[in-house]
Write a protein that binds this ligand. Structure first.
Ligand code: UDP
Length: 254
């Protein structure tokens, strides 16, 4: 059987040519190199969990009218997505100070922010993803001012919706990173949510214990990270015990 053509290999995912024009297959790897840290390795099962978690979250977002590139999950590690022209920005929305932000402003991790703050980073590995302003984005032509307005309002809607969704299962969404792409339908262009939404691209803390349920775990112990991701999937009600028939709805916490 002919091998599918590989379009791109990133740190956590591989993109293959899809079955029809305008589609791609997104394959989720177990590699942990997605984290800008020295330690690298494989987290067994991470790809399977992220594929499932991202499918679930993109589907819920689609239901409230957020356009996404997601079409359907194909198997344990792959999903079919619409091919988009990626806008070279990592859009970070922050609700609570953590990580590089806490360091930059000398704030204790866990300090709530007065309101959600949107930041843009330029997607460039060699430059180590520098933070950029709207001025850089529009002057360099990465996105037009009206595209940025759309990106900002979609990012805030996504953040609000997911904050509520996670709150319902006892998890605080500290911050998250989203990426967008352009999708052309005839002459009309739409900005859609692309890439993935998973514990690789967000900070998720247990509300009661402040236990980290995301990639931050990795900094101490690689072997524990899959447990944390599994716990997120379990609380979302998407962790099949013995097969897809066991998938239930989210477990709401009081
Ligand atoms: N993030 C990401 N990819 C990156 C950098 C950050 O998905 O290359 C996410 C990260 O998981 C967190 C948010 O963006 O949810 C903000 O990350 P921050 O700038 O605080 O960087 P960090 O301290 O994680 O290096």
């Amino acid at each position: 059987m002919a091998r599918r053509r590989q379009i791109f290999e990133g740190k956590a995912k591989i993109l293959f040519e899809g079955p029809e024009p305008g589609t791609l297959v997104q394959y989720f790897k177990d590699d942990s190199a997605a984290f800008n840290v020295q330690k690298r390795g494989v987290i067994t099962g991470k790809g399977v969990l992220n594929n499932r978690i991202s499918e679930y979250l993109m589907t819920r977002l689609g239901e409230i009218g957020v356009p996404t590139h997601f079409v359907r999950r194909l198997n344990m590690r792959e999903q079919l997505v619409r091919e988009v022209e990626i806008i070279p920005l990592e859009v970070v929305v922050r609700n609570v100070a953590a990580g590089s932000f806490a360091k930059r402003f000398g704030m204790a991790e866990g300090t709530p922010l007065p309101r959600s703050i949107v930041e843009y980073y330029y997607k460039s590995e060699p430059l180590n993803h520098p933070m950029v302003s709207e001025e850089h984005v529009t002057a360099f032509g990465w996105a037009a001012p009206q595209d940025l307005d759309e990106i900002m309002s979609l990012s805030l809607r996504i953040n609000d919706f997911l904050s509520g969704l996670f709150l319902g299962i006892g998890i605080r969404l500290m911050d998250l990173k989203v990426e967008f792409g352009r999708l052309w339908e005839d002459e009309h262009m739409r900005i859609v949510l692309a890439d993935e939404i998973s514990p690789d691209s967000s900070r998720l803390w247990d509300i009661k214990t402040s236990e980290r349920l995301d990639r931050e775990r990795f900094r101490d112990d690689l072997s524990k990270i899959a447990d944390a991701y599994q716990e997120v999937a379990r609380r979302l009600g998407i962790l099949p015990e013995s097969g897809p028939a066991d998938i239930k709805g989210p477990e709401t916490m009081q």
